[in-house]
Design a protein. Structure first.
Length: 402
């Protein structure tokens, strides 16, 4: 994990999610980095750990690499030896820091295995089963890493404070959760908007609930009150930023935004669909301000269509749909992790004068401070992804009249 200076970083312009008066902003750092503030409690540690797991998995692509990552993890978990030829954990425990089984114990273990002692055989099967499950999870994480921003480490963390309970010279902290992360600590990621001239972005908080299963009752109540419809839709709009210089509320850069309160005001499915139409619409006066040479053939092309009087970026929607379908497939296979209060960030090019790659998009999963191991996977997240896919398909049908 790397530690670097962030003195030259500046607040990100046009951040669409996580904006609050009491929260630190996401920052940008040249040439193409984004810095996300790290929660100073266990949430920050969990998010860093998840990014580190994704990084490990992505660096060990392919079956051979997965074996290596699984072997390393198995050795760390068991403190044991690994058969380098087969790649499997050895039956007998290897070198531990707090003692090694003696020769007689090792001999007794080998005899027990040879005579197929029931308890020992079951334990051996458990180790092998766990090792195979670990390899499957590493492969899933490797695939998921393609839908997350590139992770480079942690910056701004000058030192890591020791746990005060382990030091005899320091009194125990009265806080039940010592803050081991400094105020200036940030997760260093790739900036997913860097390749866009006028990036239009939307943040969708995915899942049927934004609180973890073991959250206290008051936390559950607060989260449910934010957007009761999240149980039905499986997501909520956290923020949108659209490029339209002709809009009366656009800023000096030509953008206008919708915040989290707007998202919470969308009480019906029709309201949400209308919000999506607005996000994907070509600004009404865009062709009046463009030079004729920058217009598509005949003024319009098949990357756009009319819907309720709005011109819709159909190619943009189609491109995002293809990525959502892959994420859907991942969650259909996921049986180990739950994603709570996590988002999907979608970005497309708002500058219609851009000739090349005008309909290119970028879709990334973000916010992993509430990812947890969860048997059976996350049906709530899958429901949300399916819901978004259904609405996007409906947008396309309405736009093309099919």
């Amino acid at each position: 994990m790397s530690f670097q200076s962030i003195d030259s970083a500046v607040p990100m312009r046009g951040q669409v999610g996580g904006v609050s008066f009491d929260k630190r902003p996401v920052k940008t750092l040249k040439p193409d980095y984004a810095l996300k503030p790290v929660h100073r409690d266990s949430r920050g540690i969990r998010e860093i750990a998840f990014y580190e797991a994704l990084k490990l998995a992505s660096q060990h692509g392919g079956r051979k690499g997965n074996n290596g990552a699984a072997v390393a993890a198995a050795a760390a978990m068991t403190g044991g030896a690994i058969d380098r030829k087969s790649g499997a954990p050895k039956s007998a425990v290897g070198q531990g820091t707090k003692g090694v089984i003696n020769t007689y114990d090792a001999l007794a273990m080998l005899v027990a295995i040879f005579v197929k002692d029931t308890v020992v055989v079951e334990s051996e099967h458990t180790v092998v089963s766990s090792w195979k499950a670990m390899k499957r999870e590493i492969e899933l994480l490797r695939r998921l890493s393609t839908f997350t921003a590139q992770y480079y480490g942690v910056v701004g963390q000058d030192t890591v404070t020791e746990d005060p309970t382990e030091s005899p010279t320091v009194a125990p902290s009265p806080s039940p959760e010592p803050r081991l992360i400094s105020t200036d600590a940030h997760i260093l990621l790739s900036d997913v908007t860097i390749n866009f001239s006028k990036p239009c972005a939307i943040d969708l908080k995915i899942g049927q609930q934004s609180y973890e299963p073991d959250a206290p009752p008051d936390k559950r109540e607060r989260e449910i009150k934010k957007y009761p419809q999240q149980k039905e839709f499986g997501f909520r709009i956290v923020g949108m930023r659209i490029y339209d210089p002709s809009h009366p509320e656009s800023d000096s850069y030509g953008f206008y935004s919708f915040d989290k309160l707007f998202g919470r005001s969308l009480g019906t499915r029709d309201d949400v669909m209308a919000a999506f139409r607005t996000f994907f619409s070509v600004p009404g006066t865009v062709y009046e301000t463009l030079d004729e040479s920058s217009l598509p053939c005949d003024g319009f092309d098949d990357s756009m269509a009319f819907s309720s009087g709005q011109k819709i970026r159909t190619r943009v929607i189609t491109d995002l749909l293809s990525q959502l379908i892959v994420i859907k497939g991942w969650f259909e296979e996921n049986t180990a992790l739950g994603f709570y209060s996590s988002s999907i960030l979608m970005v497309y090019e708002g500058d219609m004068s851009v000739r090349s790659n005008r309909d290119v998009t970028n879709l990334k999963m973000i916010d992993f401070s509430h990812v947890r191991r969860q048997a059976g996977g996350d049906s709530g997240y899958l429901h949300g992804v399916n819901s978004v896919i259904g609405m996007f398909n409906e947008l396309l049908r309405d736009s093309t009249g099919r």
